[in-house]
Ligand binder design. Sequence first.
Ligand SMILES: Cc1ncc(COP(=O)(O)O)c(C=O)c1O
Length: 396
Amino acid sequence: MPGFEIFGAEERKEVNDVLDTGVLFRYGFDAARNGHWKAKTFEQELAARMGVAHCHLCSSGTAALSVALAACGIGAGDEVIIPPFTFVATFEAVLTAGAIPVFAEIDETLCLDPADIQARISPRTKAVMVVHMCGAMARIDDIKSLCDQKGLILIEDACQSVGASFRGKPLGTFGQMGCFSFDPVKTITCGEGGAVITDDSDRFALAHAYADHGHDHIGDDRGAEDHPVLGYNFRISELNAAVGVAQLRKLDAILGTQREHKALIRAAMQRFPQISFRCLPDPEGDSATFLSFMLPDEAQARRTARALNDAGVDGCFYWYDNNWHYLRQWHHLKKMMAAAKLPAQVYAGCPDYAKVRLPKSDGIMARTICMLIKLSWQPEDIQERIAKIEQVLSKP
Ligand SMILES: Cc1ncc(COP(=O)(O)O)c(C=O)c1O
């Protein structure tokens, strides 16, 4: 994803503001920092962009997931329903919280299938962590209604989908908390960083405290601050936040370019009868970071992914074989190869992840290819790319 493609004078200026003061910490040092509060600025601007009351920056998207789980009161023994197509951070964060990941099927949105979420709810289910994969939305209205109806917490992992929306409402604002990542391969980056957003003041206060050793952040003497909760260090540095400030201001321009590039390639591909596209519950809200499409069967998908790669069409991911993004290859999870015993391993009822079977998700992922959309493509690059794609898809 493109944040790294556009690092420029704006990012350098924000970073230099911080370097000039030498204050790399996001709290305190009021006199020395010369008015620069990069983390606070990023938080205010991201909250305004998302139309929510609160935002708290974290050291990564993974940290944001951990903070959201803690702030939503999810911990030891709670079941959290998650998708099998995501990034490893999803189950890592749930396991680290002491909770138990329960997998549900995805559908052709490439995100959780609301009907299968319902089928997986047990008396121990506390939350659903929906992941808006590859730049676009899950069936978030149905999932939200289901969670409301069943009294479940909804956490949105929008780490791959910053700037995307559903019917005009930003992804990340439907559940109790939304999470973003700004790692080096996200739509906007700050090197390493993440954020949680929410309208709930109590959850925000808990998130803010939990991400900084439980500090209450009251007063101007950090050493004298109280600790309303036990916490951890998931803080972001001012240097990272500074890059993020500049990148966030470019978000809408990034989305505009991605959407133009994607539309051209999609239009060229849709005349090929063997291609169908990922279901988008609201195509207008797609951030257009990826063009995800399906072939009729696994053999054709594998053949097409190989041929696109051989033809020099870069960034075409066949996630079914990928070690990071799909359950099939998560052998370390299936064998529970933890560095130390996990809480989930001492609870009765922890699933045997080696035995989890998700035939519907396998059927979809085996047929799916996701093509990266880049910002830096010039019109002639896109035409050349389309010509290569057409050549590959024209072959029987
Ligand atoms: C869906 C999803 N969730 C969470 C993360 C974790 O983000 P980070 O790399 O910032 O920890 C990622 C990163 O790839 C992701 O794709």
